[in-house]
Write a protein of this length. Sequence first.
Length: 164
Amino acid sequence: MSWFTRTAIWICAAVSVSPATASEARTYLEKRVEAYEQAIERCEQQVRERAFPGDELLEQLRQHELKQVRVFLIARAQQLESQCERPELTELSYTIGMLKRLDLSEETAERLKAVEDLLYTPSPWRFRERYESLPESMREALESEAYFQEPFDGVAVLEAMKAQ
């Protein structure tokens, strides 16, 4: 069954939901939030388990301005963590979008709003803007390094680079 077909079926089913199922909507939202929290923990664990990059890569970083390296490391680390969490975040975002169209209890609507406020902040966009302002040649060269293709601790890498 295609994504579109599943979505259409889900929409039709959601439209027919009555206020009596508000507790089910709240439970479903809470499960999606819990899944997203677990994804965050999983991705943070991956970051903690990563070894530092080798001396060659640290030397490559030192060839760029410190300010640019800082932006690259922090923004790229955020991008990769976001990619790691994306399946669960996508499911949660989809759930929020669908539940917003239902007649929810006040409590569930408040929870939905609180989750939305936490998820949809301008920070990721600001990281993206700063990242895109870096020289394209720098981004491409560093992104091509295997180390920068999986979640990593940008602050720790920056500190390791400065320490040597």
